[in-house]
Design a protein around this ligand. Structure first.
Ligand SMILES: [Zn+2]
Ligand SMILES: [Zn+2]
Length: 574
């Protein structure tokens, strides 16, 4: 069996990495790229014993089958597959079964490979963590390799600390040291290894989940989602009607529903079509039967609530309908990935997003939640090290960046993150730049006082006023530029900048242009005339709050607050 180019390249990357490092590593391959072949080849080449771990018995069977094709027969340890073999050179195990029988794994392994490794939680008591701890106690030098299509966990960020492209992942808490290989989706489709998606946007009806808030773990608030669905019955009827009409030419349809009640409603609307529902409450036996019938195409529609995102394969699926709000690019890609496998007579896979999530299959994972539905990935060059960062941002009609939300440069050199910050909170004690959400200065450890505490103290004094900015207008005046801030009641506060001498222009840049830029780190134009700045008004953002102090004639600006998140109400929270 001949490995494809990228499969061979990922195998080489793993061998190369473990030759010079014992740090844990991740390989990122899209769904359908043939991860199990890569695992089998590594099992064949490894000199010592290899343990392959995964979370579902389907993947245990699939991985063992590929290993048996390439090298000597693997042992299988999985209660679901009724097998408890641990003495072979290569063992494929389900994590649930293995961690219930630690003592069966007392013979040392030299390499452990974890399939779908984005599922490992960073909780030290999780099954994976406990089992890895056991393996290390038997062989402290065991190498750890993870494989996944989506190296990202909601609420935790990237699962690796550094990426071989020279960027950081999650340098503080990630489970894996290094991402050593990553293959994007586009070339796989181009080379014909995956089915092209056909994104359909002539949508009959759509849900509006834009107001739904996120919980602290990054997931959407389910109560708010249910509330929206309870009042969207008409939309659901129209959506299911359209799905049925479009599916007449399709063989297998997976519908992602938002809640169990929602899924039941969809089932009802599907009428006498062949259909099945799978939720977290479906017992294993019925789930197995349903999936077998679906793969055999006895059932056309499979409606599910967050259970079919990974580890399930039915290559004939040629229609993916998303009717749920989607928290991340990775999750979106997992769902669409269910429909991209090759199958006889399949030319494309229809993809419809009825929840207006605004993701593209080809977006890179940004590593942070998408700020709003209009945001797209934008490339921002670091002024300090020239690294091309990808952040969420906004572009105008020409594709030029008009705003980005990057905070710190993502470049990683010798596993050290570039120090450049696009937005920063300056430590009042030592002047160091910190993340805008930092609570403690990374340089002098002094507590960065919460702006609210600071404001509360100051506002006790009579002569101070907190101005809540609702709008900002730029105007030309006889000597330069006027910046007019307005509050919700139409009161204004003005700052005037002369633009006649080089010193005045420097002051304008320091006090207005740089702090108000929506694209920090990107060099602003060289403004000579106030009119040019007024024309570029859309590239400047207003502060949320101004702290003003009374003087003899009026008010002095003491401080401007950008990116403010506190209890004083601002225009953005109104
Ligand atoms: Zn940099
Ligand atoms: Zn400091």
């Amino acid at each position: 069996m001949q490995l494809r180019d990228y499969q061979q390249a990922s195998v080489n990357a793993a061998i190369e990495h473990f030759r010079r490092s014992s740090g844990s590593a991740v390989i990122v391959l899209p769904t359908g790229a043939g991860k199990s072949i890569v695992i089998a080849e590594l099992a064949k080449l490894a000199k010592g014993r290899v343990l392959v771990l995964t979370h579902v018995k389907e993947l245990v069977a699939q991985n063992a089958e590929k290993i048996n094709l390439l090298t000597e027969r693997a042992g299988i340890y999985s209660a679901g597959l009724n097998s408890k073999q641990t003495q072979h050179k290569t063992v494929v195990a389900s994590i649930q079964s293995a961690c219930r029988a630690l003592d069966s794994f007392n013979e040392p392994f030299s390499l452990v490979i974890i399939d779908e490794c984005h599922r490992i939680s960073d909780d030290k008591d999780s099954q994976y963590q406990a089992f890895l701890h056991h393996l290390r106690s038997i062989n402290p030098n065991i190498k750890v390799l993870g494989l996944t299509a989506t190296p990202y966990r909601l609420g935790q960020g990237f699962i690796f600390r550094h990426h071989y492209h020279g960027k950081v992942g999650n340098p503080d808490g990630a489970m894996f040291e290094q991402c050593i290989f990553e293959l994007p989706l586009r070339p796989l489709i181009k080379q014909g290894y995956l089915t092209p998606p056909k994104v359909f946007d002539a949508i009959e009806a759509q849900y509006n989940f834009t107001q739904v808030e996120r919980n602290s773990d990054g997931y959407f608030n389910q109560q708010q989602v249910s509330h929206i669905l309870n009042t969207s019955g008409r939309a659901t009827t129209a959506i299911v009607k359209q799905i049925k009409a479009l599916a007449t030419e399709r063989k297998g349809v997976i519908i992602f529903a938002a809640t169990v009640k929602h899924a039941q409603e969809i089932m009802k609307l599907l009428g006498d079509e062949t259909k099945a529902i799978v939720t977290a409450d479906t017992d294993n036996a019925s789930r197995d039967t349903l999936l077998i019938d679906f793969k055999a195409q006895k059932i056309k529609y499979l409606v599910n609530v967050s259970v079919l995102t990974t580890g399930f394969d039915a290559p004939h699926v040629d229609f993916i309908a998303i009717l749920r709000p989607t928290e991340s690019v990775s999750l979106y890609q997992q769902m669409v990935g269910r429909g991209l496998r090759l199958a006889p007579d399949k030319t494309d896979c229809l993809v419809i997003d009825y929840a207006a999530n605004g993701f593209s299959l080809f977006y890179p994972e940004i590593g942070r939640p998408k700020p709003d539905s209009q945001s797209v990935p934008v490339q921002v060059i670091c002024p300090a090290c020239d690294f091309a960062n990808t952040f969420w941002g906004k572009t105008d009609g020409d594709g030029d960046i008009i705003e980005h939300y990057g905070r710190r440069c993502q470049a990683s050199n010798d596993n050290q993150q570039c120090q450049y910050r696009f937005r920063a909170r300056i430590c009042p004690d030592c002047g160091a730049e910190n993340d805008i959400a930092a609570r403690q200065c990374h340089q002098c450890q002094s507590v960065l006082v919460d702006p609210d505490t600071h404001l509360k103290q100051i506002l006790k004094k009579q002569q101070h006023h907190l101005f809540k900015v609702h709008e900002m207008h730029l105007e030309v005046n006889p000597t330069g530029l006027t910046v007019r801030y307005l509050d919700i009641d139409g009161n204004d506060y003005c700052r005037r900048f002369s633009m006649q001498t080089p010193a005045q222009l420097r002051a304008l840049y320091a006090l207005f242009i740089y702090p108000h830029s929506r694209t920090p780190g990107i060099k602003p134009p060289r403004y000579q005339q106030a009119q040019q700045i007024v024309s570029d008004q859309h590239t400047f953002r207003a502060p949320d709050l101004l702290l003003l102090k009374k003087n003899k004639k009026g008010w002095d600006l003491q401080q401007s607050y950008f990116d403010y998140q506190g209890k004083y109400q601002t225009h953005s929270s109104l």
